[in-house]
Design a protein around this ligand. Sequence first.
Ligand SMILES: Nc1ncnc2c1ncn2[C@@H]1O[C@H](COP(=O)(O)OP(=O)(O)OP(=O)(O)O)[C@@H](O)[C@H]1O
Ligand SMILES: [Mg+2]
Length: 381
Amino acid sequence: MMTAHASVETLAKSVRDGDVEYLGKPLRVDELLGCIEQLKARREAAGSRPALRPEEPEGFEGTAIVGRSSKMLEVYRTIARAAPTDATILIVGASGTGKERVARAIHEHSRRAGKPMTAINCGALAESVLESELFGHEKGAFTGADAARRGLFESSQGGTIFLDEISETTPGFQVKLLRVLQEKQVRRLGANTAIAVDVRILGATNADLMERIRAKQFREDLYYRLSVITIRLPSLDERREDIPLLAYHFLARFNARNPRQVTFQASTVDLLSEMSWPGNVRELENLIERAAILSATGEISPEDVEHCREEAASTLPAVLPVPATPPVGGTLKDAEREQIIRALRESAGNRSEAARKLGIERKSLYKKARRMGIDLDAISK
Ligand SMILES: Nc1ncnc2c1ncn2[C@@H]1O[C@H](COP(=O)(O)OP(=O)(O)OP(=O)(O)O)[C@@H](O)[C@H]1O
Ligand SMILES: [Mg+2]
């Protein structure tokens, strides 16, 4: 990065955002050359693998991770460092934050990239099914096992197994998984001998595993085995600055797949950035898809977004937080105004706290208050 506006802030930011070097203006060629030499040495030391550039979509069907917030850069940095190793990685984050996408990125940047990554949803399978799927079984191991069968551990040799919703497994299964992790061997159900396996395990959960451990639902020893590296994905509300980027990404993907070209009204992107997203990236993705399909003019307006959100609220009540007191009558704007005033009162005028209660940034609170003619100072008193 080269800039004429040298300051501690810009320097700290440029380093934080991506291990780059920083040069002040005017350009001094000897300084630049020294810097390039240093970077070259660093890259050679890091190995020849191409740098991870997750913010560049690799075609819209790709598995690109979109986001440039510092929280996501931290995630990329961990992926970049941990992916080439064989370390077991636990990916935690709320629903729809991109855990599976991160698992793919880890696989694709590992030496296992040429081999398959098998994703298995532990929450969707009964213990016995999960065990025979993963470990395989011998003929006659249980009723109905008329032939021997290889499990996914064996068929994924050299690859990666992604255990999604790992919190939902039973302690019985967890013991068996722990043994595989420790011994790097699997034993088919009903078999006497074990088979060596070279498989990397990635796990994901949106549950609080510590709480599960306290409740004796999750084995602590397995937890420590799994979480050698933990990647914590921020919720979308924690990285609002990425919302425009994601919104344009999903719209561009829609346009690439459809003959009708749709755009955003400028104020639509502002609205998207101010909204709260309990369903995270998945919710944003679905909303944009729907708004793009339904928009009558080919230009998505803030009203289109609000309309889609209401529809989603009526079909997916579980994802949305239930308001403390449902607004009675009045328009949406009235309800919003009321909520803002209530949040401010409840926070005794503390604006940061009120913004947090509302699930928006303080800046948005100021903007909304100004737009709605709410006198922040009057409410504080
Ligand atoms: N950073 C991102 N960039 C682009 N798309 C994303 C990103 N994060 C998530 N998505 C998209 O959002 C949706 C949800 O992502 P994903 O399935 O990886 O989330 P998850 O954390 O596994 O959710 P769940 O806990 O519900 O399984 C997917 O369609 C995915 O493609
Ligand atoms: Mg998932």
